[in-house]
Design a protein around this ligand. Structure first.
Ligand SMILES: Nc1ncnc2c1ncn2[C@@H]1O[C@H](COP(=O)(O)OP(=O)(O)OP(=O)(O)O)[C@@H](O)[C@H]1O
Ligand SMILES: Cc1ncc(CO)c(N)n1
Length: 270
């Protein structure tokens, strides 16, 4: 069985973070493993409090997995602070996984900081250069490139700038723009739009986590990056279409695999 490792924060509400990642990996038939960087007390409405995990146990979790189990792809989400960014980078450099999908999580939908401002530099200087793919949303892309990203033309420019910062490829997600929900991919040679109509729902908690985990799961199965992003976009679109009316805030996406299978005529390959 193919495997994927998520390095991210826990969301007690189950819609984002580690929980969304492992649900996505399982739905796509990949064995999910986790390194927890922070524990958030969170629901569909808010992040109430956060306990960051000590860097020693973060390093130990990564080593425990890699020293024993084959890791076909890594997904990185919430990293909380600069010390965590540094220990994750250093430990991954030791094991050199083939695929690292970096979702540069910064702020929750409710406005809570999930990455300290002081950690952004470390993320740019240390982690971006070892990423196979970086998947910022619009506000994250703006922070990383240092200027506004509001139009399609801005998205092209930001992709080029982000690629110069070191990752092999870039996917800027358009979920935060008005109009359709189109994501722009760039690998240094070609641009590619992954398009979907905007689905009229407030239940989009964890969409970024789900998308990046689906990409990592697909890469673990050995498809190309373009194919991995293409089918992950189909997966997230189905998961949002059938998102769940749970809680009073931003409800979670739906990882019921049969929906994805039916919507896309795809058969489970495990
Ligand atoms: N209302 C929507 N309809 C269709 N697709 C959407 C919608 N909202 C987001 N998406 C898609 O979901 C994926 C995640 O994008 P988004 O910009 O929401 O990420 P994010 O802000 O990092 O998510 P989060 O922080 O909740 O995990 C992208 O492929 C985006 O196009
Ligand atoms: C733990 C965690 N990671 C990521 C996000 C972003 O959706 C969140 N809300 N919580």
């Amino acid at each position: 069985m193919k495997t994927a490792l998520t390095i991210a924060g826990s969301d007690s509400g189950g819609g984002a973070g580690i929980q969304a990642d492992i649900k996505t990996m399982s739905a796509l038939g990949v064995f999910g493993m986790s390194v927890i960087t922070a524990v958030t007390a969170q629901n569909t409405m808010e992040v109430r409090s956060v306990q960051n995990i000590d860097v020693d146990i973060i390093r130990d979790q990564i080593e425990a997995v890699f020293d024993d189990i084959r890791v076909d792809a890594v997904k990185i989400g919430m990293l909380a602070n600069a010390a965590t960014v540094q220990v994750v980078t250093k430990t991954l450099q030791k094991y050199k996984p083939q695929h690292i999908v970096l979702d540069p999580v910064m702020i929750s939908k409710g406005g809570h900081y999930l990455l300290q401002d002081s950690a952004v530099n470390a993320l740019i200087k240390e982690l971006l250069p070892i990423a196979t793919l970086v998947t910022p949303n619009i506000p994250e892309a703006e922070v990383l490139v240092g200027n506004a990203v509001q139009t399609e033309d801005d998205m092209y420019k930001a992709c080029i700038r982000l690629r110069e910062m070191g990752p092999n490829s870039v996917l800027i997600k358009g979920g935060h723009l008005v109009g359709d929900s189109n994501d722009l991919y760039y690998d240094g040679v070609d641009f590619h739009w992954f398009k979907s109509k905007r689905i009229a729902t407030k239940n989009t908690h964890g969409t970024g986590c789900t998308l990046s985990s689906a990409i990592a799961a697909n890469l673990a199965k050995g498809v190309t990056m373009l194919e991995a992003v293409q089918s992950a976009k189909a997966y997230i679109t189905t998961a949002i279409t059938h998102s769940l009316e749970l809680g009073s805030g931003y409800g979670p996406t739906n990882h019921f695999y049969d929906l994805y299978e039916k919507a896309n005529g795809i058969k489970r390959d495990v």
